[in-house]
Design a protein around this ligand. Structure first.
Ligand SMILES: *Cc1c(COP(=O)(O)O)cnc(C)c1O
Length: 230
């Protein structure tokens, strides 16, 4: 990643605006603000932007590509950041991701759980649920959630926090997120402590908060547009 001076006077304003939006949405939903963790998704942006965010008080950052995340975490190892890995993860890269990521939100198959045994440092995990009929979108089918949760519970290197989901492109977010409480209940039936719900991005975080999300993954509303095409 090329070194460059980082200067974006709008960053602080955009972060403030999202923080205010999150506070409003919590109030509207009758939920305490402390129930919701804001993860700022910094994918495709240089480490300097993450450093600037840390200077503004951000501690939770999200990345969706292993190599990029690894390089950024290394470049910023002097900061006490909580790196959340939120993208599709290759089984053979899982152990490497667990070295810098304290949380992995995209656990979607038993083999990924098996790749994360005997870690030097335990990590938090979320089970990603596929809210569509397209297996290519990532995530476990809802019917397989309990089995995957039971499998994760058998791995002492993993602390099962809950579920993660991305709203489908072709459905209203509020309608899709209404299914989250059912998915969450299925997981809690076998893992009562796994109460977290990672859902909500730039365009649907208000609906996600209304539906009970505890971890928001918000990128472009805070960082501005991503430099590379997605
Ligand atoms: C990029 C990404 C986000 C953030 O998306 P924005 O629309 O920029 O807020 C959240 N979750 C996942 C899994 C992502 O890949």
């Amino acid at each position: 990643m090329a070194q460059q001076e980082w200067s974006d006077p709008g960053l602080s304003d955009r972060l403030d605006a999202v923080q205010a939006g999150v506070a409003d949405a919590c109030r509207a939903a009758g939920r305490p603000r402390e129930d919701v963790t804001l993860i700022v998704v910094t994918k495709f942006h240089p480490p300097e932007l993450v450093r600037a965010l840390a200077g503004l008080g951000v501690r939770d950052v999200g990345e969706n590509r292993h190599q990029e995340a690894q390089a950024k975490a290394e470049a910023l190892s002097d900061l006490d950041l909580h790196w959340h890995f939120i993208g599709q993860l290759q089984t053979k890269k899982a152990r490497q991701a667990a070295r810098y990521a304290r949380s992995i939100h995209s656990i979607d198959r038993p083999r990924l759980v098996d790749a994360l045994t005997d870690l030097e440092r335990p990590i938090d995990v979320f089970l990603q649920v596929n809210m569509t009929d397209d297996p290519g979108r990532g995530g476990v089918a809802p019917a397989e959630l309990e089995a995957l949760a039971e499998h994760a519970l058998e791995n002492p290197s993993l602390t099962l926090r809950g579920i993660m989901a991305v709203a489908p492109l072709d459905e209203a977010p509020a309608q899709a997120f209404a299914r989250l409480s059912d998915y969450s209940a299925r997981v809690r039936a076998v893992a009562p402590d796994a109460t977290a719900i990672s859902a909500g991005m730039t365009h649907d975080y208000v609906e996600a908060i209304a539906a009970g999300a505890t971890h928001l993954r918000i990128g472009s509303a805070i960082t501005g547009n991503r430099p590379d095409p997605r």
